[in-house]
Design a protein around this ligand. Structure first.
Ligand code: AHM
Ligand code: MG
Length: 339
């Protein structure tokens, strides 16, 4: 019996090169973009592992554009991705959860045909307590492929269904890289002894229904009646439908989604009476995570509309979200539709 869930030993670089064979017009620009991005992820993974040693933990004095206190490691990760991606000639513009406006490519470097959006360190409130954090990324083509000028805010404000690729790195007990370019979801695990990501799960498929729900239930009293009824329903005793469900909530979207991807179930960050748009950001968190969940056979909505169909109007826009196993998300949508 083999303990490997794949039949071949394949690095992320090799995997992307193989995928490019199916695109005869590919110039290699995209492969080089991914190579630079995985370099940034390897550097962040290294520093996440050394965080306490580097005395890098702790608050900075500044707050980010959302009014939250920025941790040093967030700033570091933001900077690493920018420095890895600004000079390669693949990108025309970037945007990050930690930066107020769009991020232009410095004047001295050529502009390419892709757009990169990222959350450099998701779950940053978990940094100081040694709990899983992650990096999320999303790649689009620029709107005018023939342009060699700076990218614009319009290039950044594209709906999620236009993503060319999306992924996340999850810095947990191992570092995993979950990636899709619209041809299923593959999981790579970082081997620090060889400094590379190796394919460990090929074409992941989510269970149609799970047994786990994931939500910050501390806000229960602020929720709509429909949502309260759904959560109450999940807690009832009914063995045939695996109820009561188990509750798991890490408070890092990447980690909660990673578990949901592998085990099934539902992850929610709903609207509530204090936060009518929820908390999570459409461009840096929800679109890439939704693309991965859909590519694995799951569903991702704001309770009513598909996340990937939402037309963004602001780069830091938030949205409520319900994502995970198809059967579970359809069920919450039913409860939300009942007045
Ligand atoms: P961050 O990107 O600033 O770390 O914030 C996003 C995080 C998500 O990873 C997580 O799902 C959510 O915030 C948790 O929020 P809450 O503490 O309100 O449950
Ligand atoms: Mg985040």
């Amino acid at each position: 019996m083999s303990f490997l869930k794949v039949s071949r030993l394949v690095t992320i670089e090799r995997h992307i090169a193989e995928e490019q064979q199916y695109h005869p017009t590919a110039t290699g620009e995209y492969s080089r973009l991914l190579r630079d991005l995985t370099l940034a992820l390897r550097i962040i993974a290294r520093d996440v592992r050394r965080a306490g040693l580097n005395d890098i933990l702790g608050m900075t004095d500044s707050t980010n554009v959302h009014g939250e206190t920025v941790k040093k490691l967030d700033e570091f990760a933001n900077e690493v991705i920018f420095r890895a991606m600004d000079h390669g000639g693949h990108l025309c513009v970037m945007a990050s959860e930690e930066s107020e406006g769009i991020i232009q490519i410095p004047q001295e470097y050529p502009k390419g045909k892709y757009v990169l959006l990222f959350d450099p360190l998701d779950g940053s409130s978990n940094i100081d307590v040694n709990t899983t954090i992650g990096t999320i990324f999303s790649i689009y083509r620029r709107l005018d492929p023939s342009s060699i000028d700076d990218g614009t805010e319009e290039d950044v404000l594209q709906p999620g269904f236009k993503q060319v690729a999306a992924g996340y790195a999850c810095y947990g007990s191992a570092t995993t890289l979950v990636y899709t370019s619209g041809n299923g979801v593959d999981v790579f695990t970082y081997d620090q002894t060889i400094g590379d990501f190796l394919l460990t799960h090929e074409k992941v498929r989510m269970p149609h229904k799970g047994k786990i729900y994931s939500v910050n239930e501390g806000y229960y009293l602020r929720w709509s009646d429909g949502l309260k009824r759904y959560i109450d329903y999940l807690k009832e005793n009914h063995a045939e439908t695996s109820r009561p469900y188990t509750l798991r909530y890490i408070g890092t979207a990447v980690a909660d989604i990673h578990r949901t991807l592998i085990y099934g179930g539902i992850f929610m960050y709903p609207a509530d009476s204090h936060n009518p748009h929820g908390k999570l950001r459409l461009l840096y968190e929800l679109n890439p995570l939704a693309m991965i969940i859909e590519q694995a056979g799951g569903r991702a909505t704001d309770g009513y509309n598909r996340i990937l169909d939402i037309i963004p109007t602001h780069i830091h826009q938030r949205s409520p979200v319900f994502m995970g196993s198809l059967g579970d998300v359809l069920e919450v949508e039913y409860y939300l539709s009942q007045k």
